[in-house]
Every structure is written in structure tokens, then in C-alpha cells.
Design a protein around this ligand. Structure first.
Ligand code: 5AD
Ligand code: SF4
Length: 484
């Protein structure tokens, strides 16, 4: 019999970990031990945490949201922006007294642990931490926990080289409606502000067959929406294809015969019965090739809503950021996509106050925001990350100017979103129903294709189906819909 969320196929390393899962389960038997995970950062980290949950539950731990009840606490950290460190240290500090009471194991893992000197810092200042693991050793959690339980020894398990792509880890998903599927790991882009390439390593794509199998499995489990994840999804398989061309990788099993690009992967996933919506984050504008646009246009299930990180609207800043596109390239891409797919909508990420950003540069960003009219803008104040080129640049922007610019951008975005939200009132929208509304238990809640929250009165059995609703009220951050 398959254990909870456990897949049948797996590579050798995972088979070994499965043995450790059984060993830990035996050690924990009859103890009703509980675990909790504190996840920081992006959806890739959330997906990693779902795998941590999968391992923890197979090891016999039961989930709790209450830190004070947990016997195993796992921090899955992020380091993309600042503040994360203080938050982590504060939380780990709080556990000092609880540790003995619950015979608690404290594990700290994820991106921040791949940063230089971070593991040392934790070891020195927080002796209550039992395990420090990195992004490339997540799958070894069962072995590490086993060794802690057996030997009560502290463990540091961090790899500096890129980890392999492991298949077959058990997974317990957070959502019953949307299933996240990581399709690739790492990033090769080295945007000059970003720490991700240093902590997540080089791009490695999962085999198409493994992704398709996972998608089919979640469809069988009843999921209607899949979210494909990667730091740069539209360079999916690019590395592998280069290696094949150079003769450094031999496709002896024909893994890439049918599917050798992101566009082809999308087309294949679109055929899976049961899946009704496909989303993906994040693509890079420089890699947004026509075949991907055509796939979005041709495939009914792919949401006509694309997250297209802009970062800055100034060609000058984009060069300094090492983004490898200009303001015009970005606007042309948006225009081309709108021509090919008239109802397409966009969301974006913008960084304000990167080193050297002048008033004129910032206004270029405002100009792109005005021209594109995004549905959603994730706005960030530039935060210096040690080890990145951006941190070494001399002309850093004073905090007060960064904040003022941020507020100006926010104001513009809010005005635009207020205008845009009027447009969808009185229209019909397809809503994937997620469950009862948290604010009002009598209402159901769901999301439109462009990620807008809609609440409405409806029968419980509409949950996890797509319903067509008339939008009757606009509350800016959510809408009220009506079954007609
Ligand atoms: N400072 C601020 N924002 C950043 N991002 C990445 N690195 C930084 C940084 N150092 C933002 C980018 C990216 C998003 C995930 O986080 O906008 O797209
Ligand atoms: Fe960071 Fe740029 Fe890679 Fe995104 S594409 S993860 S912003 S380096």
C-alpha cells in the first residue's frame, strides 16, 4: 500500500530516505507527536514545505498550527528581502523555553541557510536548534531527524553544489483546489539585485514525464487548477537542450523526444482530463518566445493572465539590473501578446529604489505602469543582499527617497486598480470555487481567471467547481457575484 501522498516511482536516494521514514515512524509510534512548519517567502518555498509536510506525516507526526504543542518545528526560510533574519531569530529565540517541555526538535532550513556564514551564526547564537539544512538537502530530512532522535546530536546538512532533481518525495498539499507543481529549480539569470541564483543554484528542470505524471495524479485527486512553479519557467529545459547539443547529456531514454520546451509542456498539460486551469510563475520577459504565447492562445485551460515581472521601466536601470531587455522590448512584448490574445491580462513585480535609480528612471517605471495597466502589481523596496553585485554598487538610494517613490507608485497602482475594478461589474466571470468565505461563513469564495476574489451565495457542492457568475458589487479587493 502507498503511504500518505507517497508516489510509486522514486530514485535511489529517495528510496533510502523512505527507509529512514519507516525507522522514524517506528521510533515515534504511539506517541502522538506533532509538527508545525513556519514558511517564509515565495510559492516555491511553500511547495517545498508541502514536501516537508509529506515527509513529516509519513514519519508519524501530526500537523498542528500551535507552536506550543509541537514536538517538531521546522522553519523554511527565505532571504530575498531583509527583515526575514530578525523574524527568524525572534521566533527561534521564543522556542528556547518550550524546547524542553515538549522534547522539541527544532530544524531551520531553506534559502537563508545557503547564505554564507548563516549556519555558523545560528549554531553560535541559538544552541536550541538541532538541525540546519539547505535548499539542496531538503529530501534528507528523514535521515537527519532519525540521526537526531537516535543520537541527540546536532546536525548541519548543507550542500554548496547544486542538488539533483529528486522525484517521489511524499507531499501533503495545503490547498484542495490548486496544486502547485515545481517544474524547475534554480536560476541562471543573476539579476544584479537578486540572491536567488546564489542560494538555489543553477537551473535544473524536471523531466517532462515526471511533471505530467504529477499533474495527472493531482487531477485524479480532484484538483482543478495547477500552478507551475520555477524561478524562470520559460527557460524550462533550456539548460538540458544546450547540454544535449554540446554532447554533454545523452537523451538515452528519449525523455525529451516529444517535449523539449516550456511551450510543448504547456500544450501537453492542457490535454490532461480533469485539470481545468493552468497557471505559471514566473516567466522572464527576455525568454517569452512566440511558441509560449501561441500555447497560451491555443490552450483553453491556460489562464489568459500572465505574471510578467517588469522590475523597472527604465532601460538604463534594466541594464544595471542585468535584466537583458529594454523598456521598449517589454512594451512591445505586451503589445504583441495583446494582439495575439486580445483578452490577456497582466500582473507584475516592481523594485523601487535600486542603486543608481534617478527621478527620471523612476518616472519611466510609472510610465510603463500607466501604459500597461496591470491587474496586480507586487511592489518591493530594494533591499541590499550581501554577495550580490547590487550590494557593492556605490550609488545606493537613501531610504527616505525609496519610501517616497514607493508611495507614489502605490498611489498610481491603487488608482489604476480602482478604475479597472469598475470594468468587471456587470460582466460574467468564471470562478473556481475554493470554499466558504472566511469573513462570512454563509458565502462561498473563489477566484476569476485573473485572480480576483469573488464571494457569492451558493450551494456547498459548488466547491471545487468552476461556476459562471455575474459580478454585481465591487469592493475593490473583492467582488460580490451572483449565480444567474
Ligand atoms: N530587493 C527587493 N526586491 C527584490 N526582489 C528580488 N530581489 C529583491 C531585492 N534584493 C523581488 C523581485 C522579484 C520578486 C520575487 O522579489 O521583484 O521578482
Ligand atoms: Fe532573481 Fe532574476 Fe533569477 Fe528572478 S530571474 S530569481 S529576479 S536572478
Amino acid at each position: 500500500m502507498l503511504e500518505k501522498g507517497m508516489k510509486q516511482y522514486m530514485n535511489k536516494e529517495i528510496e533510502e530516505q523512505k527507509e529512514y521514514i519507516k525507522k522514524v515512524e517506528r521510533l515515534n509510534a504511539g506517541k502522538s507527536l506533532k509538527y508545525t512548519i513556519i514558511t517564509m517567502g515565495c510559492q516555491l518555498n511553500e511547495n517545498d514545505s508541502e514536501k516537508i509536510s509529506g515527509m513529516a506525516e509519513n514519519m508519524g507526526y501530526i500537523r498542528t498550527d500551535k507552536l506550543e504543542n509541537a514536538n517538531l518545528v521546522i522553519f523554511n526560510t527565505c532571504c530575498v528581502r531583509e527583515n526575514a533574519e530578525e523574524r527568524l531569530f525572534g521566533k527561534v529565540g521564543e522556542l528556547k523555553n518550550l524546547k524542553e517541555k515538549n522534547n522539541m526538535i527544532i530544524a531551520v532550513g531553506g534559502c537563508m541557510m545557503q547564505e554564507k556564514n548563516m549556519a555558523e551564526k545560528i549554531k553560535k547564537s541559538y544552541p536550541q536548534v538541532d538541525l540546519i539544512f539547505g535548499t539542496h538537502t531538503l529530501h534528507k530530512l528523514p535521515e537527519d531527524i532519525y540521526n537526531i532522535l537516535e543520537n541527540r546530536k546536532k546536525i548541519q546538512d548543507i550542500l554548496d553544489i547544486d542538488g539533483e532533481v529528486y522525484e517521489g518525495l511524499p507531499i501533503v498539499r495545503d490547498s484542495k483546489v490548486q496544486a502547485s507543481i515545481t517544474i524547475m529549480y534554480g536560476c541562471n539569470n543573476f539579476c544584479s539585485y537578486c540572491i536567488v541564483p546564489y542560494v538555489r543554484g543553477r537551473e535544473r528542470s524536471r523531466r517532462p514525464a515526471d511533471i505530467i505524471e504529477e499533474a495527472k495524479e493531482v487531477a485524479k485527486q480532484g484538483y482543478k487548477e495547477i500552478m507551475l512553479l520555477g524561478q524562470n519557467v520559460n527557460s524550462y529545459l533550456r539548460n538540458e537542450m544546450e547540454l544535449i547539443k554540446e554532447g554533454k547529456l545523452v537523451d538515452k531514454d528519449g525523455d525529451y523526444k516529444e517535449i523539449d520546451s516550456f511551450a510543448k509542456l504547456l500544450r501537453e498539460l492542457d490535454k490532461i482530463e480533469g485539470i481545468e486551469r493552468i497557471r505559471f510563475i514566473s516567466p522572464h520577459p527576455k525568454d517569452f518566445t512566440d511558441d509560449v504565447i501561441e500555447a497560451i492562445r491555443d490552450c483553453d485551460k491556460i489562464c489568459k493572465f500572465v505574471h510578467l515581472p517588469l522590475q523597472s521601466g527604465s532601460t538604463n536601470m534594466l541594464k544595471i539590473m542585468n535584466r537583458r531587455y529594454t523598456k521598449e522590448d517589454y512594451l512591445n512584448l505586451v503589445e504583441k501578446m495583446r494582439k495575439m490574445i486580445p483578452d490577456i491580462k497582466f500582473s507584475t513585480d516592481i523594485i523601487v529604489g535600486f542603486a543608481g535609480e534617478t527621478e527620471e528612471d523612476f518616472e519611466e517605471t510609472l510610465d510603463v505602469v500607466k501604459k500597461v495597466g496591470f491587474e496586480q502589481v507586487f511592489m518591493f523596496i530594494y533591499s541590499r543582499r550581501v554577495g550580490t553585485p547590487g550590494d557593492k554598487m556605490q550609488n545606493q538610494i537613501p531610504e527616505d527617497i525609496k519610501h517616497k517613490r514607493f508611495d507614489r507608485l502605490k498611489k498610481l497602482v491603487e488608482e489604476q486598480i480602482a478604475e479597472k475594478s469598475k470594468e468587471i461589474v456587470d460582466t460574467m466571470q468564471k470562478v473556481l470555487v475554493e470554499g466558504f468565505s472566511k469573513g462570512n461563513e454563509e458565502m462561498l469564495t473563489g477566484r476569476t481567471e485573473s485572480n480576483k476574489v469573488v464571494v457569492f451565495k451558493g450551494d456547498e457542492n459548488l466547491i471545487n467547481t468552476i461556476v459562471e457568475l455575474e459580478i454585481v458589487e465591487n469592493h475593490l479587493w473583492y467582488f460580490v457575484g451572483k449565480v444567474v
